[in-house]
Design a protein around this ligand. Structure first.
Ligand SMILES: CC(=O)SCCNC(=O)CCNC(=O)[C@H](O)C(C)(C)COP(=O)(O)OP(=O)(O)OC[C@H]1O[C@@H](n2cnc3c(N)ncnc32)[C@H](O)[C@@H]1OP(=O)(O)O
Ligand SMILES: O=C([O-])CC(=O)C(=O)O
Length: 376
């Protein structure tokens, strides 16, 4: 294997098949189990999208009701999970806290000790549902602790999106704002072999357990070239300040060869299929809040960067400011991505396990030629 054969970053490499989602950069479309993501975002509760990703079909009304009952019944954290959250330094990055909490959930799962329990398909489905139900409780508690506030217990009379916002803020925004949050979760849920999902599949391919694979995926998502970009976008807005500052700021940033967060994508080169839907959702919040300054800054940075580089916004560009306007701290944005993407990750972990081959590529050696320890 020579260095010239290397596909740096595995760019363009088809690593396996998947029936979970199809990203098509030519038609700028994204299908979850065959359904256009825009149609799901317009019509489905996030619970139904999770069900679709795991089972391959949208739930019937009875199946959705059963799943909602299960999800609502599992939201409360074990006292030991609450204790783990409380021992973490309050100023630790929320992604590190969430990663640690998921790892701790793995230690509570006795079925991992059963013969074959690590990769049992039914147990993996149960574990996926548990993570789905508990991540909002964990993330809301982390957000509140950052503000010196006690956690708010989950409310079984509220659906997933409403309960998440309730546990975080102790009040509910307008129905329109709740819907923006739901739309963001649907759009973030799944995106084929992105870096965090591929990480999860690599870990699953060793026949390790689902919690370990999700912990690894969280680590991969944290990076600003991937999920961490939604947080980084907000830092950029803060740094630029106003729409009038965009041109001089961009002159400097590009001269320094900085990456502008929230723009560019490995697969989509003509725009991200999810951005128009998320941008429309963001506009609802911009209108509600009267934040014409942020709307102007958003538009100015986008048009100036696209004009100069021909590189388009990705989903993190509209999601970052949307989460800001919903009231989340910037450091909580990527954990929100975790809560959404755990659905896709776990669907992929189960798909990998069902038709497994150890993922172990080759490398081209570029070190020194063979040599020998002196004196031998
Ligand atoms: C939900 C998600 O995870 S979406 C991705 C979120 N990540 C970001 O928003 C981070 C900013 N974007 C980037 O860093 C990149 O666009 C990536 C990592 C997402 C994709 O990268 P790749 O497919 O590897 O493209 P690559 O980095 O090679 O970019 C190609 C060229 O465009 C430039 N480029 C790409 N994105 C950007 C950007 N956001 N700002 C400035 N230049 C950029 C690169 O510098 C490179 O230029 P060069 O050919 O002169 O060296
Ligand atoms: O597909 C990717 O490489 C990154 C991305 O947009 C996602 O994970 O949603």
């Amino acid at each position: 294997m020579s260095a010239s054969e290397v596909k740096k970053g595995l760019a363009g490499v088809v690593a396996d098949v998947t029936a979970i989602s199809k990203v098509n950069p030519e038609s700028n479309s994204l299908l979850y189990r065959g359904y256009p993501v825009q149609e799901l975002a317009a019509t489905q509760p996030f619970e139904a999208v999770a069900y679709l990703l795991w089972h391959g079909e949208l739930p019937t009304a009875a199946q959705l009701a059963d799943f909602e009952r299960l999800e609502r019944a599992q939201r409360a954290l074990a006292p030991s999970t609450v204790a783990v959250l409380e021992t973490m330094p309050p100023d630790a990055h929320p992604m590190d806290i969430v990663r640690t909490a998921v790892s701790q959930l793995g230690t509570l799962d006795d079925t991992l000790h059963e013969p074959g329990g690590w990769t049992d398909p039914q147990l993996d489905l149960d574990r996926s549902a548990l993570l789905f139900a508990q991540l909002p409780t964990i993330i809301a508690a982390v957000q509140r602790r950052r503000r010196g506030l006690a956690p708010i217990p989950p409310r079984a009379d509220l659906d997933y999106s409403r309960n998440f916002l309730w546990m975080t803020f102790g009040e509910l925004p307008s129905d329109a704002a709740v819907d923006v949050f739901r739309v963001s979760l649907v759009l973030y849920a799944e995106h084929s072999f992105n870096a965090s999902t591929f990480t999860a599949r690599v870990i699953a391919s060793t026949t390790s357990d689902l919690y370990s694979a999700v912990v690894g995926a969280i680590g991969a998502l944290k990076g600003p070239l991937h999920g961490g970009a939604n947080e980084a976008v907000m830092h950029i807005f803060e740094e630029v300040g106003t729409a009038a500052n965009v041109v001089p700021w961009l002159d400097r940033a590009l001269a320094e060869k900085r990456k502008i967060m929230g723009f560019g994508h490995r697969v989509y080169k003509h725009g991200d299929s999810r951005v128009p839907t998320m941008h429309a959702a963001l506009e609802v919040l911009l209108d509600e809040s009267g934040r014409t300054d942020l709307a102007a800054l958003y538009a100015a940075l986008e048009s100036e960067f696209v004009a100069r580089k021909g590189i388009y916004p990705n989903l993190d560009y509209p999601s970052g400011p949307a989460y800001h306007l919903l009231g989340f701290d910037t450091e909580i944005f990527t954990p929100l991505f975790v809560a959404a993407r755990v659905t896709g990750w776990t669907a992929h972990i189960m798909e990998q396990a069902a038709a497994n081959a150890l993922i172990r590529p080759l490398s081209a050696y570029s070190g020194v030629d063979e040599r020998h320890v002196p004196g031998l």
